[in-house]
Design a protein around this ligand. Sequence first.
Ligand code: ATP
Length: 673
Amino acid sequence: IDKDILEFDPTKLEWINDSKVPYSFLIDTFSLVVKTKSRIKIINYLTNMLRTIILHDPKSVLPAFWLSSNSIAPSYEGMELGIGSNILTKAISEISGCSSKELKKYYDRYGDWGDVAYAAKVSVRTLIDPTPLTVDGVHNTLCKISKLKGSGTVKQKTNLVTKLLVSCKGEEIRYLTRTLIQNLRIGAVRTTSMIALARAFCLTKPLSSSGTSGSSDMMESDKFKIDLKKDSKGEIEKKLKEAEKLLKECYAQFPNFNDIIKCLLEHPIDKLLDVCHLTVGVPLRPMLSKMTQDLPQIFKKLEGKPFNCEYKYDGQRAQIHMDSNGVVSIFSRHLENMTEKFPDIVQIIPKILNKNVNSFIVDSEVVAINEDGNLQNFQALSNRSRKNVELSSISVRVCIFVFDLMYLNGEPLLKSSLRRRLELLRNNFLQIPNHFEFVKQTESSDPEEIQEFFKNSTEMGCEGIMVKVLDDPPLNLEKNQRMNLLASYEPDKRIESWLKVKKDYVNGIGDSVDVVPIGAWHGNGRKAGWWSPVLLAIYNPETETLESVCKCMSGFNDQFYKEMKLKYSKKNRTILTRKKPYYDVAEGLTPDVWFEDQEVWEVKGADITISPIHKAAFGKVDPNKGLSLRFPRFIRVRGDKSIDDATKSDQISEMFFKQVKEQKSNEITKVED
Ligand code: ATP
């Protein structure tokens, strides 16, 4: 915490009193945020913006928060704007008088719709000043757009977008356009925005109707409330840290800012978890696993601790909820509502429950199976359509392999040990072969048996195994170590109590990495007319950039090249002539075309090396160099992952350090041999 926060006075009005927050206030903040790479500064700007809004127009905190986070509602509510280049072209033409040809030229030059709209509008003079946009008004219109359905939608959307754009002043149009295509990227990722939100509410409370700060009940009991005049810097920092931790914990099990911000406005921060907690129908953020090189590493890490080994199925993660009215909802790994995609799962649910079960949340993997019940790979599952699937038209059959139970009959089970959760799962749910099964598991700790279990899993078509701690570690264990080995279900965390071992690591082919294709060169010889090699990038959530990690030209077949040529084409507007501002690629590395970042690929390399060219994890291993993947080979498209699920800079540097450690221990073993 620094003077930017300590000396900021939110009572100084940034706009006329009693009016709604103007959109320009948000945009001024965005303009400051994009100019810095310092996370502390970004947090400060956002915190102070929110503090001002909390004090003067509390109702606008929520829309301001959504608009800063590149979304308009919780992801599971499926509120998509559905605005693409056609609508934008029409609307920008309308307000600027530029033809679609001229706009295309701008787009080829800038590669960013925000810059296109700004360039097109900058010289337009209007006779009458439009009514200024407000934060609340912009958010409302976006919600309206997302709710439009049926015929005539495109026209209605175009009209609403045009109305918004015509009212923009100065920089507003640049950011609003990026918001419209849900590509804001100001460098304020979810974690940063959440820190700012927690800080803002510790430092400021909304004025009550009587004009005092906060409603009386909330101020008295708020242990996080900061008094900048009385509290020491140490006290302030402690309160902020605790509030951030609490908000993070709350969001992990109840990722709905509509309710979280309402609660923050009405109650003290310490009441957060009392109001917003695990709820049937609201997907929690899934617990994730850490990668492990091989089985011996598992035995070393979990020595003396009881663990469960499970098959790691190769399908799609599915969180299944059933409320006390029997309503079933199914959510993906990214908390999208997939209920419509799986009517067959919805139909089977009543048949898998013991009589006493009236509500639950389970975690599972949905896997495609063939007529004989054999497991199919992940690709087979991606052939199923996403929406409005009719029971009668299902051609890809699936089986649910359930591996966890987080809630049962009104009781949240997140804090229970995995042993108890599994016991409750087995006692309350019934298996139906080829439809609903418990994951194959063993509690054996015998290395040979586990080796055999691992081999069987891969022969069955699984990716490998998951190894999970069954009981909480003893209390006398050092705190950090203990927190890393908890047997509870830890939403949104990747800790060592869940470890994965994939067959590919064990085969020594190398670690798999999830990357985003961001550019390519024209192929030669047999590959003439196709894209090869392709430039790949990983994701840095701190800077919201895509950092180049390698060029890839193997693992593709001709069919894939052909499809890729269509997917990345001028016609689809998925190739650009300019690099996107958030692509972090060295000056000298210039592919023939830049791609729109639109999908995640899984690739495998021989190893990770320090690179003078690539920007992945730049400075994390070597102060002046990045990391690269050597001999990368394409494995598959990861349709279930979005861009920000690509491998992160920290993960790849962690993989590098692990690899170095591994090499060292191999050398030692060789010497000992
Ligand atoms: P990956 O790319 O390996 O699927 P990920 O980042 O999606 O990894 P991880 O936590 O690293 O997620 O790996 C666990 C994933 O494996 C889960 O998200 C789930 O989809 C799948 N899975 C399959 N079987 C199991 C199981 N028995 N327990 C937990 N997850 C399982």
